[in-house]
Design a protein around this ligand. Structure first.
Ligand code: HEC
Length: 130
């Protein structure tokens, strides 16, 4: 009888540990080498270009083919640069996506933790146009 109780305790501990582990996993795996054109642009295309489609007052332009230049070169009128390679937390893009230091983007709530981690990794890895 004692053995059974012990077994049950071990089994439930195992279940508990597994559920914690699952919670900690991001919903989508982050690639070892984040590709701007494939992974990051995909996030913009699905979540941002409804508003950031290149009209005058929708800076940055996040449409496919235009977003990289728009994010990494200084805005002609404001001098603002949205991405500082190697410094996600100092980049307006990441600040906006996390709602820390810039208005929350998208305005109706932050994207999933794994999408934020992907953008963070891309910036911290040097923000290449790869
Ligand atoms: C519903 C429309 C809408 C959506 C969707 C949206 N944005 Fe924005 N975004 C705006 C508006 C409007 C502004 C400018 C006003 C402001 O600064 O609050 C802005 C400003 C920004 C800025 C500049 C912030 C600054 O401080 O200069 C960044 C960067 C940005 N958005 C990124 C994103 C990203 C990335 C997404 C998708 C994950 C996104 N936005 C989705 C409307 C939107």
């Amino acid at each position: 009888m004692k053995k059974i109780v012990q077994l049950m305790m071990v089994a439930s501990l195992g279940l508990f540990a597994t559920s914690c582990y699952n919670d900690a996993l991001p919903e989508e795996p982050i690639p070892a080498n984040v590709s701007y054109q494939k992974n990051v642009q995909n996030i913009f295309t699905k979540n941002c270009i409804g508003c950031h489609k290149g009209a005058v007052n929708t800076n940055p332009n996040l449409t496919d083919g235009n977003s990289y230049l728009s994010l990494t070169t200084a805005n002609a009128t404001t001098g603002e640069v949205f991405v500082t390679p190697g410094d996600a937390s100092g980049s307006i893009l990441y600040q906006a996506m996390t709602g820390k230091g810039a208005p929350q983007m998208p305005p109706n709530g932050a994207l999933s933790a794994s999408k934020l981690a992907l953008v963070k990794k891309w910036i911290n890895d040097g923000a290449a146009n790869n």
